[in-house]
Design a protein around this ligand. Structure first.
Ligand code: AP5
Length: 216
């Protein structure tokens, strides 16, 4: 299974990718997670990305493309992968196509997570993430365990800086302006699969698995 997840912030791309990657034994590659790790570790990449992320803007294409060329060459991607949050612009999509062509890899599908703004805004305001293992919780839908600690590893939970209301609004605008053009791009290539992401997680997961050829 080699798929791309696109959709607005808070649509559930990371949550559903976590379940499917575990079930199928494939890599879950989240550009947001890679960037956040680099910010915490204060690497050159993290320092370059931080101001864009804090403002809800996209990190420049050249930085992201270089980072993903390296990541897709790693061994765990051979069996399959879910690209969560990449590509996010047409130049990123073109660079990915060129890279996969060079590697002799074909994409199975591009899954479009559809959910109205009110649903994603509500989800993001309740999101909590584990600082140690990255597990995603929600105070309303999937509350964490005792003392607000991670159920999986006992780590600290935190609220992402870019989940503040003003930044969320900006991220939604950026999605509509810069990422939504990818919908037409992948529809034309016959790869687009639209999924109603406002339903329960198990239904969304089942829908994705049944719609990707050969992954059932
Ligand atoms: P990134 O981390 O990719 O953020 P995003 O795309 O905005 O997506 P989110 O992680 O916010 O949402 P999600 O759809 O994964 O939702 P989740 O599953 O967590 O990017 C962050 C920043 O990094 C960007 O703004 C940019 O600056 C930079 N960046 C990243 N990639 C880049 C790129 N390619 N180019 C340039 N810059 C880039 O779910 C949200 C909440 O809802 C959770 O609490 C969850 O528990 C809950 N939930 C999920 N599914 C359901 C459900 N079915 N029912 C009820 N609740 C649910």
């Amino acid at each position: 299974m080699r798929v791309i997840f696109i959709g607005p912030p808070g649509a559930g791309k990371g949550t559903q990718a976590e379940v499917i990657s575990r079930e199928k034994g494939i890599a879950h590659i989240s550009t947001g997670d890679i960037l956040r790790k680099n910010v915490v570790e204060q690497t050159d990449l993290g320092k370059a990305a931080r101001e864009y992320m804090d403002a809800g803007k996209l990190v420049p294409d050249d930085i992201i493309i270089g980072m993903m060329e390296k990541r897709l060459g790693e061994k765990d991607c051979r069996k399959g992968f879910i690209l969560d949050g990449f590509p996010r612009t047409v130049p990123q999509a073109e660079a990915l196509e060129e890279l996969l062509g060079r590697m002799g890899i074909l994409l199975d599908a591009v899954i479009l997570f559809q959910a109205p703004d009110e649903v994603v805004i509500r989800r993001l305001s309740g999101r909590r993430v584990c600082r140690s293992c990255g597990a995603i919780f929600n105070v309303r839908w999937k509350p964490p365990g005792e003392d607000d600690r991670c159920d999986k590893c006992g780590g600290d939970l935190y609220q992402r800086d870019d989940d503040r209301e003003d930044v969320v609004k900006n991220r939604l605008d950026v999605y509509k302006r810069q990422t939504a053009p990818l919908i037409g791009y992948y529809r034309e290539k016959g790869l687009l699969v639209e999924v109603d992401a406002s339903r329960e997680s198990a239904e969304v997961v089942a829908d994705i698995i049944s719609s990707v050829k050969g992954s059932q």
